[in-house]
Design a protein around this ligand. Sequence first.
Ligand code: SF4
Ligand code: SF4
Length: 425
Amino acid sequence: MASSKSDALANFPESLYEGTLDCVHCGLCLTHCPTYRVTGRESSSPRGRIYMMRGVAEGDLPFDQTIADELHLCLGCRACESACPSGVEYGSLLEAGRAAAAEAGLRPGVRHRLEGLALRHVLPAPRRLRAFTTFLDWAQRLKLDSWLTAVWPRGLRRAWSLLPPVPPRAARRPLPQFTPAEGPRRGCVALHEGCLMPELFGAVNRATVRVLSRNGYDVVVPQGQRCCGALLAHAGDLDSARSLARQNVKAFTSDASFDMVLSNSAGCGAALRETHHWLPEDGAALSSRVRDVCEWLDEVGLRAPLGHLPLRVAYDDPCHLVHAQQVAAAPRRLLEKIPGLELLQHRDAEACCGAAGTYGLLQPEMSAPILEAKIQSLAEVEPEVVATGNPGCLLQIRSGAEERDLPFRVLHPIELIDAAHHAAS
Ligand code: SF4
Ligand code: SF4
């Protein structure tokens, strides 16, 4: 079959091309797809995109801008994978299709070039990211926002509006490399701290370490760990994603002293868990050791006491936790254990919020109605707190709530568990 492939998809691996053949065109994924729900277009559906990738791979369709645009209009939420009875691995197909689009020069435009520069040269480079966060901090303190954003294009203004106030420097200091277990020791875990998390969600990382330690685990933060590479892969830069993955394999597998590698970011966790897709030779050594922090705590059980937390909480599923890692019940079970906490059920908790990495910045016209639907369903149950375990979702839902003057806070589930432990002490 390789000889019948078009040149444009010369980099589309044979195994993934074969993956397109798994689709039996049943259409059961269509109503689960946010972009299909907004546009009603077959070409914006999982089935349509798979059909187009297969057509290009077989040389029956030209790989043109229209097809590349449909691949980039996809959120990569993978709701279609959960709905698919044929086991189509849509996420891998999409990554390969986007990499081929980048290879074929089908990613023009200033926004995409800026995204590529930021993803390759800022996000995975802790010092540059720190310098950018410090600039942001000063711009926010000096209230330069309105002056700066007045001359920016709409996409950048949207990016700026998504950013939370930069936390104080103390909250951004590095995590200790080793935190001992409190009380009788149950084991040792390693934490992947992420690239954005230490800068914007240092409080979540610290809460994660406290909760693990209070529940009897030594926590190691291995040096040499890097950004997970998910955003690069989603943007079609698989080579850079693989290079980061190699460094993470080394950082997390050269030390056998910990039982598991934990992530508190759904997007990073999914990427680490699928390292073997990018590195078939040695990626499994890391993939097989990765768990989401809530999944792990649910599995081993909370040991530290939980105090009373009288809050109405809606838990919203991050796509890369529920669809890519199949973790849905564990965070809910943990929250339900907190005395006084009322767990609310809102419509479409598993539906994407429209954040999807950099999607909210690059596709604001599609992201906006998806966020609107999410905020509406949350507002209906009148929560005091929305809990969700992914930095992009935290930022997106916070900004949606602020724009509409809704009073709820948006927190990571681990912050609620940490607060409940604190309430008991
Ligand atoms: S990943 Fe999400 S947006 Fe993309 S085709 Fe699947 S359901 Fe639709
Ligand atoms: S549900 Fe699966 S097999 Fe059916 S159309 Fe969607 S991707 Fe294809």
